[in-house]
Design a protein around this ligand. Sequence first.
Ligand code: COS
Length: 386
Amino acid sequence: MFDFQPNETQEMIRETAKQFASRVLEPRAAALDRDGGFPSESLTEAAELGLLGINVSEEYGGVQAGAVAYSLAVTELARACAATTVALCVSNMVAEVVEHFGTSEQRSEHVEKLTSGEYVVGGFALSEAGAGSDPRGMKTRAQKTDKGWVLNGSKLWITSGTHAGLFVVWARTGGTEERPGISAFLVRGDTPGLIRGKPEHKMGQHGSTTTALDFEDCEIPEEALLSELDRGFPIAMMALDGGRIGIGSLALGVASAAADYAAKYSTERQQFGRPISAFQAIQWMVANNHTELDAARLMVLRAAWLKDQKQPFSREASMAKLFASERGFGVCNRALQILGGYGYTQEFPVERYLRDIRVTSIYEGTSEIQRVVISRDIARRFAEAG
Ligand code: COS
């Protein structure tokens, strides 16, 4: 049924990502975590390799390699640097959204600027202070004018908010208080009235900036509307379905790095006259880590494969993200335990992996929201079967 043997293109993208990760991301990751900032240079180099348009058509500068290739690449990149990888993931998601839902003018105008790195990266502006798990509760409004639209409101938790050259912004455009009409708009980062907030001080992923975005009488043209008026919410949901494959793959990459680091360390660290890998307590931790990661890998690949086959994949993407992020956190925690006191210091990368992976069960939908998506889909299928 499922074929997980990577084809030539998928293998090529994976190898490109792996080499880029070890040549560019890995050497910069610890300093980026320590000093913060934004990995513009690394992202420019990623764009040159096609990694900002992995699932975007060649016509717009992408490599059109599909969701499995995307998942394989993200896992390799995240092994080296989760912060750079999440900026890249969101940008890929934005490029896919514009290509899929945009008019031919919107595609020509924006997609190549995303895949080439001209926009640096894309941003996804859905969440607000009072509307995180429940984005339909958003307050940001778009008012129609003769010339186009005026945006007013505030977004929060926007990945790459400091640098993104293009945002997809969701805003109320009508409907009722209970059932608002929500539309999606393409807003350039340099639009007057769009004010970028300061980066949040976070537990991990320090090289990925997360900011508020304020819209103060922010005028955008008529043609900024993406797809149909009041039909923006399903666009966000569909984009997040794909995005969750990316975050599951990212969590898998971070946890794989932690598991491998700890397994190798256990063969070198001597206690009681033997490497600690000779003790069953350590062997079980190593075995559990690699077993859980194997399961996570199969789950993210299955979701990606379904997406490539154009079959429904929402439930499977949520399952993959839920499992990879939660078990991945457990894997990082065990890895730190294997390193003991050394694992708790910044001399070793494992404490960074543990901090970096924590947010993967929060962003692009918390674990609790993934369970909502999964259980609703199960209930729906039973209802359909009668
Ligand atoms: N694909 C396409 N359309 C979808 C969809 C999907 N996966 N899920 C929902 N929709 C559509 C529905 O069909 C419905 O369309 P109509 O307006 O035509 O009826 C609409 O979207 C609303 O769906 P629903 O009633 O299920 O929405 P809810 O408000 O109940 O919310 C959850 C559903 C909780 C799943 C959603 O709000 C969610 O995913 N929340 C988490 C948001 C998130 O991940 N935020 C992180 C942002 S990035 S850091």
